[in-house]
Design a binder for this molecule. Structure first.
Ligand code: FAQ
Length: 341
């Protein structure tokens, strides 16, 4: 069943009405391309469910990047040095840029950015659970960079090979920038962990609070993930939620050891037989609560987002008025020189 994106199905123009058997043939050719690791491009035929699933995932991803600017943006004015401030400013701007590339990728599927923003503001589309947690100290900026960007990279590297061309290509650039983000977070924590006892305590506290929510970013466990099987068959997702979560734990545990910080899970230990780290149970009720709007900062994040959108209305109107003026000037110029506009 196609995912409910809040987006209507595409109207079928009369020339698009298919004769019996034709859709099956198109579906067969589409799946052949996907199975051969070929890219699907905007003008190619695609099943309606594929289009809707991509819109849902890409829009949710774009919204996450934009809402994700808030927790760290909160610390730009309070960064501990000019250098840290400049780095954080660049990072938060990068996240805004990621949102823009992703909205553009979604637009190739026949929806407009305005529609997607409306769907977010009216609560019909989601953004990542992780951005509903507060940033209480400067160390949270470090923990977000290390853990949240680290989880984001783990999830997004395979998306560079997504079967849908515009999404995969957007992800290549995004992943390069996310690597810098992760490194800056790690550097903040590395510095704090070697600072005063109070700074070390602050770093440990931030890691304690961000660890479990970072594991939840990968989504529900495989048996409860309603979209994974179809998304993997369509080459949108390359790995299941649990596979990526495990991959993240495996790379992060040794990094925590180098930092000299502990992870808040007494059950983490290397499992020789599996060749992976075991870890303790995740509180899935917490993920459900946060995703359904009842996390510590859901209301605040959405209220801020909607207010920023409203406050920026005059900028959008001015840009459109300027565009219309240029267009009118161009038409007048073309008429005066006898050319058709
Ligand atoms: N939060 O069947 P599945 C970043 C929903 S960007 C909220 O497993 P799927 C950069 C899911 O949408 C972070 N909702 O779904 C940054 C579905 O809902 P629906 C964002 C969640 O799509 C760093 C339902 O649960 N990254 O961090 C979550 O196959 C620092 C069932 O789940 C992306 O969006 C969740 N954690 O797999 C920025 C990456 N998990 O629509 C600033 C692209 C699941 O049916 C600062 N997205 N849901 O009602 C994906 O890879 C996938 O969409 C998953 C979910 C893996 C998130």
């Amino acid at each position: 069943m196609p995912a409910d994106t809040g987006i209507e199905g595409r109207d079928q123009a009369p020339s698009e009405v298919r004769v019996a058997g034709e859709v099956e043939e198109l579906e067969r050719r589409f799946q052949e391309l996907v199975d051969a690791d070929q890219r699907i491009e905007p003008r190619d035929w695609m099943p309606e469910g594929y289009r809707r699933t991509l819109i849902r995932q890409i829009a949710q991803h774009a919204h996450s990047e934009i809402i994700g600017m808030q927790p760290e943006g909160n610390w730009i004015t309070r960064a501990p040095s000019l250098k840290r401030k400049a780095i954080l400013l660049a990072k938060v701007q990068d996240e805004g840029g990621h949102g823009i590339y992703l909205y553009s990728a979604a637009e190739t599927l026949g929806v407009s950015r305005d529609e997607l923003v409306d769907l977010l503001h009216s609560g019909r589309q989601k953004y990542s659970s992780i951005f509903n947690y507060p940033t209480l100290t400067w160390a949270d900026v470090g923990a977000i960079g290390w853990l949240v960007d680290g989880a984001a990279i783990t999830n997004q590297i395979p998306l560079c090979r997504c079967s849908y061309g515009p999404y995969g290509r957007a992800m290549v650039r995004i992943c390069k920038e996310e690597s810098f983000h992760q490194r800056q977070g790690y550097d903040i924590l590395y510095t704090l962990a070697r600072g005063t006892p109070r700074q070390r305590e602050m770093a440990q506290d931030a890691v304690n609070r961000w660890w479990w929510p970072s594991l939840m970013m990968f989504g529900p466990p495989d048996e409860a993930s309603q979209h994974s099987a179809q998304s993997m068959a369509w080459g949108i997702k390359r790995h299941s939620n649990d596979e990526l979560r495990q991959r993240f734990v495996d790379v992060t545990v040794p990094q925590a050891e180098v930092l000299g910080l502990s992870l808040p899970d007494p059950e983490i230990r290397w499992n020789e037989d599996r060749g992976h780290y075991d870890f303790g149970p995740i509180d899935w009720d917490e993920l459900r609560r946060v995703v359904s709007g009842d996390g510590p900062c859901n209301r605040q994040r959405m209220a801020h987002k909607v207010a920023a959108h409203e406050n920026g209305r005059w900028v959008r109107e001015a840009a459109l008025a300027y565009e219309a003026k240029l267009e009118a000037g161009y038409k007048r110029g073309a008429r005066a020189s006898g050319r058709a506009a």
